[in-house]
Write a protein that binds this ligand. Sequence first.
Ligand SMILES: [Zn+2]
Length: 443
Amino acid sequence: MPTPAAALDLLLLPTWLVPVEPAGVVLKEHALGIRDGRIAFIGPRNEALKLEATEVRELPGTLLSPGLINAHGHAAMTLFRGLADDLPLMTWLEQHIWPAEGKWVDEAFVRDGTDLAIAEQIKGGITCFSDMYFFPKVASERVHNSGIRAQIAIPILDFPIPGASDADEAIRQGVELFSDLKHHPRINIAFGPHAPYTVGDENLEKIRVIAEELDAAIHMHVHETAFEVQQSTEQRGERPLARLARLGLLGPRFQAVHMTQISEDDLALLVESNSSVIHCPESNLKLASGFCPVERLWQAGVNVAVGTDGAASNNDLDLLGETRTAALLAKAVAGSATALDAHRALRMATLNGARALGLETETGSLEVGKAADLVAFDLSGLAQQPVYDPVSQLIYATGRDCVKHLWVAGKQLLDDRRLTRLDEQRLCATATTWGQRISGHRE
Ligand SMILES: [Zn+2]
């Protein structure tokens, strides 16, 4: 490892360092150095201590890993957390969520809901998230202010939505936001056609052309339920994924969220096109949507990332917990205890997420030159003892309350479990006020 030329801004000395790339490696007696927001050094502790550093921080009992990447969610929906539970997807959407959105969602709702979601995610070890919700410009302002990293997908549907009277207006706003934020170091704009059953061919065609022109990603709910696939087969004579392939939407910049229904032909389309799948196991379990066959996808070479989905259907933004659920569920679905082992589960929650979002050269693993997006988990507590394999302990025995410190692009956003930029008490009070307003107006 070459010695850095200039002094490091910060040198971190954890008990375990898990770079994720190379795969399966746990480094002990190692250090990580940061300069100008990037990882400038990874090497043995004794060598690191000879380097010049403005600040040196011992992190005893902690595991330092790349920050978690929540590859799918609807941030502002945290304000609908627990509003309508234990209902099937279409009843939940049509009778509860869509009416509530029509009544309550405005710029203030998105501002307050997104802040709440960002704070919850930072406290849970997440350094980057994907968002798909109304008023994406407001969401991107909250991301900018908070210091976190995000992909903001512009929601597009065939009918009017809060903030856009039709799909053309939503696309226009998306193109404008894309060009405004083209050089933003922490925000990527993607296009988010909601789902195959809410966006027709004509609008999908427009989205394909624009995304190709801008080299932007497309983020879409696909094959969330068996009903969606069956309805499309009956009405259109083709499965939704096959339709998207015919329209030219699949490709390395395509992010297929859910994919609980996968035929042999679907699998071939995903492999050929090099599309990513974003697995949301807890939302799928809670809405009884079905099971994404993660191990089958992984073995076929498909990039699988993980997401919490919105707090209205999960009901938390706990990606560490989600990853544990994914690891357990993958074994049940594959009928094999070796499916999605702890190290691969962590990779799914970090580097695979970065790859899905087109950020794999910037984040997702601890490598010199990448952004310093890091999380330190405290494994010194009673419930983590003894530690044989810290990654196994992290995935199977650790909750997000063990997240101790977090940095995005070298800026510390969580210090000893305290948010450095957001006011937790104020966020709680604001959310409570929204809850009282919304529940006071329920029929
Ligand atoms: Zn979703």
